[in-house]
Design a protein around this ligand. Structure first.
Ligand code: ADP
Length: 254
């Protein structure tokens, strides 16, 4: 329990740090955005220079989106709410539409409608986005991505199980043992090695558990792939309003 506490504290500190950086970046970002706007509308600028300014504006918009997302993520994570998990998973897939299409990845969904999760929406979305992103990365030659969500009982607790499985290249036992370490990555330039580390912290904050199975092909044509199976207990995150209610009740009783 002490270890879990330290981990969620670390996550909170990382969140605060990210959001204060995002905040600091916002001000100069606005100044540059305004300057580029004026420059682009300057009639003495030739056509090619205008194109470059337009490019700079587009890229700057992306930076703006990232900082906005970071700020929103941190704000959202401060209160736990009921979340329709199927809706969240669909929106994560929507986010990855371009990546899914370019990798020729087919999605196969088995989602129980109205299955509810209780937790921090921004963080849970990030967790699912990390797992889906990794699954797509594992299938550069295409394949199927299976996503399943259903309510169930696990270790005497009720909650929601979410399974994300791919038909990708899989991983060796040596890799599988290290995937939750910060900065561990097998992707050279494109990887940060932070995705699963952060994901494990988010899961832990929700008192969930996760099972990872992976299989590499031994010879050509052999089946390979990875399964991440997550369980979120309904009583994992304390419900704020309920505590307030019960203390009011206690007061009324005495
Ligand atoms: P990153 O994606 O930036 O490398 P992660 O922490 O998300 O960082 O993942 C760490 C490593 O775990 C990846 O580099 C990869 O080797 C392995 N991994 C994660 N998910 C999968 C998957 N679905 N299939 C195969 N390998 C995976």
């Amino acid at each position: 329990a002490e270890e879990a506490m330290r981990r969620s504290e670390k996550l909170a500190i990382a969140g605060r740090l990210a959001s204060s950086i995002a905040h600091e970046i916002n001000t100069p970002l606005e100044a540059v955005t305004n300057a580029l706007y004026l420059l682009r509308n300057n009639p003495s600028l030739d056509v090619q220079a205008q194109d470059w300014v337009a490019l700079a504006q587009t890229e700057l918009e992306r930076v703006g989106e990232i900082t906005q997302q970071t700020l929103r993520f941190h704000r959202q994570s401060s209160i736990a709410t009921d979340i329709e998990v199927t809706e969240m998973l669909r929106s994560v897939l929507l986010l990855h539409t371009a990546k899914l299409r370019s990798a020729k990845v087919q999605t196969e969904l088995r989602l129980e409608e109205q299955a509810l999760l209780f937790g921090y929406a921004g963080e849970l979305r990030q967790l699912f986005a990390n797992l889906v992103g990794n699954a797509i990365d594992a299938m550069p030659q295409g394949g199927r991505l299976f996503i399943r969500a259903r309510t169930m009982r696990h270790n005497d607790r009720r909650g929601v199980r979410v399974t994300i499985a791919d038909e990708g290249m899989g991983m060796s036992n040596a890799v599988r043992r290290r995937i939750f370490e910060p900065f561990f990555t097998t992707k050279d330039a494109s990887g940060t090695g932070l995705g699963l580390w952060v994901s494990a912290e988010i899961l832990e904050k929700h008192h969930g558990d996760m099972l990872v199975r992976s299989r590499q092909a031994k010879y050509r044509g052999d089946a390979s792939g990875t399964v991440f199976s997550l369980f979120f207990p309904w009583d994992g995150v304390p419900r704020g309003p309920r505590i307030v209610q019960s203390s009011a009740q206690v007061l009324a009783d005495h």
